[in-house]
Design a protein around this ligand. Structure first.
Ligand SMILES: Cc1cc2nc3c(=O)[nH]c(=O)nc-3n(C[C@H](O)[C@H](O)[C@H](O)COP(=O)(O)OP(=O)(O)OC[C@H]3O[C@@H](n4cnc5c(N)ncnc54)[C@H](O)[C@@H]3O)c2cc1C
Length: 423
């Protein structure tokens, strides 16, 4: 892999997500040789993927080159490749471009979409975990509008204009709100040959309310906002089958739709090679102690979504959101420095900064520990937090510009089919 030999201990980090980049930053120019590996050459700001899918933002404003993050880190290297296997007995990893040995290994590989074993849904639905997938959704939505404009019958037209989103967690709710804004603001202006009343957005959720991970208050407010935007909510509803045109559920509900967006869950993305006990079955996450060390491996760590650190407060591990990943990445960097200085490691304690979701223009919900609120102020806070969390000044400026432009003009300017989606 062409990594130079060095006298410094080598840390290999797999994954340049929130956990990986914060770990890399906290190891900048310390007494290590650091090798960051990712199968993509950029960091993805996943919380705003839905805005790429719904034509609100260009993809390059939510992605950031990993090499740019490490440009001033003199002993850090980046390699673009997928890690295929770990050989812990040899302290070595196997990638698609060769082998590499390590002194310390950190797994920060995050999650992948969970289809719960349903192959039909996997092959016909649209996941939204990566930038290319978000672009596919954007293309499909716009292609459907074009096809609806030339459809021969009302039922054919409605199949193109029926958008079904499965999973009413923050991702599903945010996407439903954004597609509803396309219907309410864009269709009447740009698609004179389409009747907005023919377009329907269905949000399906297995639990008995939207936003199940958030408070009852957030859920109620979000339901009100979604109703106002015209989104049809179906709770206690599981999708059983989808063949590319018909959605079949556990209830009487059947929906004819060319678009099923799958936002119903994720599962860990581990790398092969560690013993079976290292992974918690079902969760598919590495079982780590309070220092993010994987059970039975002194020099292998896991951080972020892929790590499950059970504690009294979080018996099933921390929520799979950005904050635990950021905080664990930061702390592990400091702990690795302590490790080689023979100082005691600091245990991880999660600082929960609250959770939030936006449902559209002026509409968001925020859950803080002692205060829950929704509406314009929540929306403003949501925008500020997301803007400040984006990686890179340029990205922040571009996103701010786009949001301001879209807000003033009720527009979603990135309505481009650059790479047509083929089913
Ligand atoms: C659509 C969506 C919306 C979200 N919205 C929010 C939100 O609003 N707020 C919030 O807090 N959280 C949100 N999340 C969750 C949040 O994005 C994750 O919790 C966070 O990204 C976890 O960070 P991570 O570093 O553990 O993993 P990730 O950010 O997923 O990064 C994992 C990295 O590992 C790389 N990788 C994986 N396997 C390999 C391999 N074998 N070889 C090489 N590279 C590999 C991947 O390419 C990726 O870059 C959202 C997630 C999604 C999908």
């Amino acid at each position: 892999m062409n990594i130079p030999q060095s006298n410094l201990p080598r840390i290999v980090i797999i994954g340049g997500g929130f956990a990986g980049i914060n770990l890399v930053k906290s190891l900048a120019n310390k007494n290590f040789q650091v090798v960051l590996i990712d199968k993509r050459n950029y960091h993805t700001f996943q919380p705003l993927l839905y805005q790429v899918s719904s034509s609100g933002l260009e993809p390059d404003s939510i992605a950031y080159p990993l090499r740019k993050i490490i440009k001033k880190h003199h002993t850090t290297f980046f390699r673009l490749t997928e890690v295929e296997q770990i050989l812990p007995e040899k302290n070595e990893i196997i990638t698609s471009i060769g082998h590499l040995t390590y002194d310390y290994l950190v797994l920060a590989t995050g999650t992948k979409t969970n289809y719960f074993g349903n192959k039909a849904i996997q092959s016909s639905s649209m996941p939204m975990k990566t930038v290319p997938q978000a672009l596919d959704i954007r293309s499909l939505i716009l292609q459907n509008f074009e096809k609806a404009a030339i459809a021969d019958s009302k039922s054919e037209r409605e199949a193109f204009l029926n958008f079904v989103i499965v999973g009413a967690g923050p991702t599903g709710v945010e996407l439903a709100g954004a597609i509803a804004e396309l219907k309410n603001n864009i269709l009447p202006r740009d698609y004179h040959d389409l009747d907005p009343d023919d377009m329907h957005i269905h949000l399906l959720e297995g639990a008995d309310r939207v936003l199940p991970p958030m408070s009852e208050h957030a859920s109620k407010k979000a339901t009100q906002f979604l109703n106002k935007l015209g989104v049809k909510i179906h709770c206690n509803t599981f999708v059983k089958h989808y063949d590319g045109t018909m959605v079949t559920t556990n209830s009487e509900l059947k929906l004819e739709s060319e678009t099923l967006i799958w936002a119903a869950g994720v599962t860990g993305a581990p790398v092969q090679g560690l013993n079976a006990d290292a992974l918690i079955e079902g969760a598919n996450r590495y079982n780590v102690n309070q220092f993010n060390q994987i059970e039975d491996y002194a020099n292998i760590f896991a951080v972020g979504d892929i790590a499950l650190m059970a504690s009294e407060e979080y018996p099933k591990g921390h929520p799979q959101v950005a904050q635990p990943a950021i905080q664990q990445g930061n702390l592990l960097g400091k702990n690795l420095v302590r490790l080689i200085e023979n100082k005691p490691l600091k245990p991880f304690v999660y600082k929960d900064k609250g959770s939030m979701a936006t449902i559209g223009r002026n509409k968001a919900v925020v859950d803080l520990k002692h205060y829950k609120f929704g509406g314009f102020f929540a929306w403003f806070i949501w925008m500020f937090v997301h803007l400040m969390s984006l990686v890179g000044f340029r990205n922040r400026v571009i996103v701010l510009f786009n949001w301001t432009y879209n807000y003033i003009n009720f527009d979603k300017a990135a309505r481009l089919i650059i790479r047509p989606f083929k089913k």
